[in-house]
Design a protein around this ligand. Structure first.
Ligand SMILES: Nc1nc2c(ncn2[C@@H]2O[C@H](COP(=O)(O)OP(=O)(O)OP(=O)(O)O)[C@@H](O)[C@H]2O)c(=O)[nH]1
Ligand SMILES: [Mg+2]
Length: 456
């Protein structure tokens, strides 16, 4: 068996990011975890109480070996651990040298360095998590805003898994009804009419659609909405980018044509995740490098979820080309009057425009409100449904389940014999199982776990 060999190893990795810090957490998982910890500490692991930390000196493996650190050792015996195997957590002092030397000692004692995501993969293989929960772990660690975190946590708590499991049970029930119908088709009091079965099938299709409808919002919350700054050169785009970021990230000068390449940064606005992109100002008479930058800007604009279009206070009216550009943008556009602290006395923003100044801070709250409204209002805030579908993989499996259930109903409607139509029900059931990863193929697992970092 593929997994038994794989699980026979004891793996080790640093779970905290490398670098300066007070404490580093190392994890050992597998059949030899407690034995290796015992050798490192020169103690009998049987003395350690489960889930209770003990302060121990860690020494290099050879007799009389050098002491490496004073560390806290905590044992989680199988099956009550994250991976379902014996786990030993070792909290060493932080920094680079100490955790690296303790990891090295574990390797000398027979542990193997863990692959990215391998702890969570073991948790999945040992039935501690289903695949949606494993994906939620990745989402939680990657979350860059409060909302993203909440959605990932909901998923870790089986928000999607429970719904899918319920649907699967209903499908099984439907199969049972169909079998009854096939067994007693001629009887007057036939237990189930075909029409009733089809009606239930259609209800299930709707239920799957309700889940699928949350996928765009789920994906936006996971990846962040792409907000692209565009406008004439020198209109204050980079200043606004820095202002929203709260960080002097992009270069700002009084010279037009400062920004050449696109600069991207993740930022949470009112708890919602955005990927903010600063671009080169758009103009026709740019020289070569700037022109390349403008091309990059256009590509970002095509993928934007929202565009912040900047015109500075006192700027001349839009040219024909600018109007054409604005009309061609697919995403919603926030029209901004930038540098509003410089606006003349008589000047006023047009209807639909937001006047902002990075200098005075005016209009920044209104801008953030508008961004949140435009991107997330429809998708997230006004729904009774928490977004539950957060990855393409989940959406693909649910899409297959929907298509097969639909095909089942259509087949019965069209007089296809129930014995034949039932094949669609089986396929729908296995598509739902795929969401949870009941039996996931190696390549599916590889794709799910490849983006994890080491130690997770
Ligand atoms: N008074 C005032 N000046 C601003 C404001 N925002 C930007 N500026 C100034 O306007 C000039 C251009 O700002 P940038 O942020 O570099 O403009 P940009 O649109 O990124 O310019 P390019 O990258 O060249 O297209 C700089 O001198 C800024 O200091 C503002 O709110 N008020
Ligand atoms: Mg700029």
């Amino acid at each position: 068996m593929r997994n038994s060999q794989f699980l026979a190893d004891t793996i080790v990795a640093q779970a905290t990011p490398p670098g300066l810090g007070a404490v580093a957490l190392l994890r050992l998982s597998g059949p030899r975890a407690t034995e290796i910890a015992g050798l490192l500490t020169r103690r009998d692991p049987a003395e350690w109480t489960d889930r209770t930390s003990t302060l121990c000196a860690l020494s290099r493996p050879e007799p009389g070996g050098e002491v490496l650190d004073q560390a806290l050792v905590t044992v989680f015996r199988a099956p009550a651990s994250y991976t379902g195997e014996d786990i030993v957590e070792i909290s060493t002092h932080g920094g680079r040298e100490t955790p690296a030397s303790v990891t090295e000692a574990c390797v000398e004692l027979g542990a193997r360095r863990a692959l990215p995501g391998e702890f969570t993969q073991r948790a999945y293989l040992n039935g501690k998590l289903d695949l949606t929960q494993a994906e939620a772990v990745a989402g939680l660690v990657a979350a860059k805003s409060a909302k993203s975190r909440a959605v990932a946590l909901h998923q870790l708590e089986k928000g999607l898994a429970d719904r899918v499991a319920m649907l699967r049970e209903r499908l099984v029930g439907l199969s049972a009804l169909l079998v009854q119908h096939i067994d007693f088709p001629e009887e007057d009091d036939a237990p189930v009419a075909l029409g009733a079965i089809v009606a239930q099938g259609r209800e299930m299709v709707q239920e799957v659609e309700r889940l699928l409808a949350t996928a765009p919002a789920g994906e936006l919350l996971q990846d962040g909405a792409m907000a692209v700054l565009a406008g004439r050169p020198n209109s204050g785009k980079s200043s606004l980018f820095n202002g929203l970021l709260g960080l002097e990230r992009a270069i700002v000068t009084e010279e037009a044509g400062t920004t050449r390449d696109a600069v991207e940064a993740a930022v949470a606005i009112d708890g919602f995740p955005f990927r903010l992109v600063d671009t080169a100002g758009l103009r026709d008479d740019a020289e070569r490098i700037e022109r390349l930058g403008i091309e990059v800007a256009r590509r970002y604009l095509e993928g934007a979820d929202v565009v912040l279009y900047c015109r500075e206070a006192g700027a001349s009216a839009d040219t024909e080309a600018e109007r054409a550009f604005l009309a061609s943008v697919g995403a919603p556009v926030v029209q901004l009057r930038t540098k509003w602290d410089l606006a003349g006395d008589g000047e006023s923003a047009e209807a639909g425009e937001i006047a902002v100044s990075v200098r005075s801070g005016e209009g920044m709250t209104a801008l953030k409100d508008a961004l949140r409204e435009l991107v997330f209002r429809g998708a997230v805030e006004n729904r009774d449904e928490v977004p539950v579908v957060t990855t393409r993989r989940q959406a693909r499996c649910l899409g297959a389940a929907r298509a097969e259930t639909e095909a089942f109903c259509a087949a019965l409607d069209n007089g296809v014999p129930p014995e034949v139509a039932s094949a669609h029900l089986k396929s729908a059931e296995s598509a739902l199982e795929d969401v949870l990863g009941v039996v996931a193929a190696d390549d599916v697992l590889e794709r799910v776990f490849k983006d994890f970092c080491i130690g997770k």
